[in-house]
Design a binder for this molecule. Structure first.
Ligand code: FRU
Length: 512
């Protein structure tokens, strides 16, 4: 579908053809970029991942505007350059050819308009013709009144963005009765069957939901339906995202205060997914029950996009309502993204695997095979920046554990318990403490997930990057992602079992 030129839009607020390509950097944007250039060298690389994206300086949260445009990936992010704590949100920006090595770009958006004066909050991107469009939430909070509206910025070079003169494009005039514009955010825009759709996270009458808006031209929007709503499913649903993988629609959102169930949803902020079908006629999604997207302690605000190979997802590797360690330690930056994940769907269940491009960074391969009874470490199998492939036949053991980031007094463990049918990640002895606040259904130290390995063989692909651990199980049916802050020198790895385990390990350094 072709988008009509902005100058053809009948509404009074439409901008002229001149402003379509015209770009003027605002004082606020200039200030942000100048501040980063002047101060980035003062931020510390301590704990900074080498093959995970982090901001040069300042605070980062959600990924925004994840998109494939003219042969490269663009990622934007919630960004406060001036301090390593959350503040008035800008959109930081970076590009990559392989989703592993990123090039920092100038800050794309600053809160310099009346409708986004207190922050350019999360949103998405869509490419139409030769133009890259960003959709984001303008956040204002004056005299205790919060208003959130949806807005457009666009770019023809993929670097400099112009805010649309007709902003906001979705605001109090469009929302149905009962939708609170105080919590109405994170637009996700996509095209389906010749129309554009926007998903916006909100709530109504105490029920968390995502609303669908519809447009023929990307600029004029009307409410279409409640995309999906569920009671007892958290307060507001943040950061909706929808992609297709293996012919199924996969919907992600990040509910605030989702109720814990046994081992799942124990972070105060969960990230959930469901698979099913989006109906472009009705604007509704028919979907299965929510499942947790990642079983670890630090994963939120996942955003997915289509690329030439299918569907790929990225997320903030951190969590609200926890202490901000890199800030406490004075490193000058906070926040990172997970290693992007390729998405597939099998029998309605999401499978996540590390993005293909990471394999090009593997060096120094060490392979070990052993029959383990008790505890063992292996020559060359150690380090803090690596990928570990573990294949363990656990059919004859009571438990099997991998101990990471280990020295005499510290370790981070992953334990498979055969009788319970669970895996438990434990960072309570990992190093610098990370504390959760009272609202969490876990103390922020351990997470357990139900897991029964197929045919008694536990397959894990583990990625360590100084302060992060991502563990992919089996075909990707379970992933656990968490942060840890081990001390200098804690780079040991040990394996232990109760009972006998046939073990194959491949270790690669990852040279990001
Ligand atoms: C999710 C979120 C979004 C919001 C943004 C503000 O982490 O709360 O809902 O747009 O962060 O930075």
């Amino acid at each position: 579908m072709c988008v009509i030129a902005l100058s053809q839009i009948g509404c009074a607020a439409a901008c002229s053809q001149d402003t379509l390509s015209g770009y003027g950097e605002s004082e606020m944007l200039k200030r942000a970029n100048a501040y980063i250039a002047a101060n980035r060298d003062a931020s510390s690389d301590e704990a900074r991942g080498t093959y995970h994206f982090t901001p040069q300086i300042g605070w980062m949260n959600d990924p925004n505007g994840f998109v494939y445009f003219r042969g490269q990936y663009h990622i934007f992010y919630q960004y406060h350059p001036y301090d390593s704590v959350w503040g008035p949100m800008h959109w930081g920006h970076a590009t990559s050819k392989d989703l592993v090595r990123w090039t920092h770009q100038p800050v794309a958006l600053a809160p310099d308009a009346a409708y986004d004066a207190d922050g350019c909050w999360s949103g998405s991107a869509i490419v139409v013709g030769d133009t890259l469009y960003l959709f984001y939430t303008g956040h204002t909070e004056r005299n205790g009144v919060r208003v959130q509206t949806q807005n457009i910025a666009y770019s023809e070079d993929g670097v400099h963005f112009v805010k649309y003169e007709g902003n906001p494009v979705v605001g109090p005039e469009q929302v149905p009765e009962g939708t609170p514009v105080a919590d109405f955010r994170d637009p996700y825009v996509f095209e389906r069957d010749g129309q554009y759709f926007m998903l916006v996270g909100t709530l109504g009458n105490g029920v968390a939901k995502v609303e669908t808006y519809r447009s023929e031209d990307l600029f004029r929007w009307e409410y279409a339906a409640d995309f999906l709503s569920r009671s007892h499913a958290g307060y507001c649903w943040e950061c909706p995202s929808l992609v297709t993988a293996d012919g199924e629609d996969v919907f992600f959102c990040s509910p605030v205060d989702y109720p814990a169930e046994e081992y799942r949803f124990r972070n105060f902020n969960s990230c959930v997914y469901t698979t099913g079908k989006f109906n472009s006629q009705t604007g509704k999604m028919s979907a299965s029950a929510f499942d947790e997207t990642d079983g670890g302690l630090d994963f939120y605000a996942a955003q997915a996009t289509q690329d030439p190979d299918g569907a790929v997802m990225i997320a903030w590797m951190n969590m609200w309502n926890r202490t901000n360690v890199t800030h406490e330690l004075g490193y000058g930056w906070a926040g990172s993204f997970v290693l992007p994940r390729r998405l597939r769907v099998k029998d309605g269940k999401l499978l996540q695997t590390p993005v293909e491009g990471i394999a090009a960074y593997y060096t120094d391969e060490v392979r070990v095979s052993d029959t383990l009874e008790g505890t063992a470490s292996y020559e060359g199998v150690s380090g803090k920046i690596l990928r570990l492939k573990v294949t363990a036949d656990v059919s004859d053991c009571r438990s099997f554990a991998v101990s990471l980031f280990k020295d005499d007094t510290h370790e981070t463990t992953l334990t498979y318990d055969a009788q319970a049918g669970t895996v438990t990640f434990d960072r309570s002895e990992s190093g610098y403490p990370i504390a959760g606040d009272a609202r969490e259904a876990s103390e922020g130290k351990r997470r357990t997930a139900r897991y029964t390995p197929e045919n008694g063989v536990l397959e894990m692909e583990i990625f360590l990057d100084k302060s992060s651990i991502e563990i992919f199980f089996g075909e990707g049916e379970l992933v656990m992602t968490s942060l840890v802050y081990p001390p200098e020198g804690a780079d040991g790895i040990a394996f232990s079992s109760e009972g006998s385990v046939r073990l194959d390990v491949t270790k690669n350094t990852v040279s990001g």
